[in-house]
Design a binder for this molecule. Structure first.
Ligand SMILES: [Zn+2]
Length: 111
């Protein structure tokens, strides 16, 4: 099944199959050292740079700023949700996100 992914409003929204699903201004938390030099990076998402689908996993690269140290950067590819039976389902983005997709999750996505 193909998934129609678009960014809208200059990267402020991600549209999945013509429905706005993910917006900026979320607070994403990353383990230290990946985004900036903080032990735990609290990043306000300011824009989506790229979107893609890996199997059924919807991934994005996002631009944002760490609210602790002010560093601005673009993330690596991050899973933000999955498409199951044509419907978008969020992942829990308020817990700690790992910029690298875990091998187990990748294997499941390709099954
Ligand atoms: Zn920081």
């Amino acid at each position: 099944m193909s998934v129609a992914l678009r960014t809208l409003d200059d990267g402020a929204w991600i549209s999945v199959n013509d429905t706005r699903e993910v917006s900026v201004s979320e607070l994403w938390r990353f383990p230290g050292g990946n985004f900036c030099s903080c032990d735990l990076s609290d990043v306000v998402v300011e824009g989506f740079v790229e979107t893609g689908v890996d199997g059924r996993t919807v991934e994005v690269r996002a631009y944002g700023q760490c609210i602790a140290c002010g560093a601005k950067a673009t993330t690596d590819w991050l899973p933000v949700g999955r498409v199951v039976d044509g419907e978008f389902r969020d992942v829990d983005r308020e817990s700690v996100l790992c910029p690298q997709v875990a091998p187990a999750a990748t294997a499941a996505a390709h099954r």
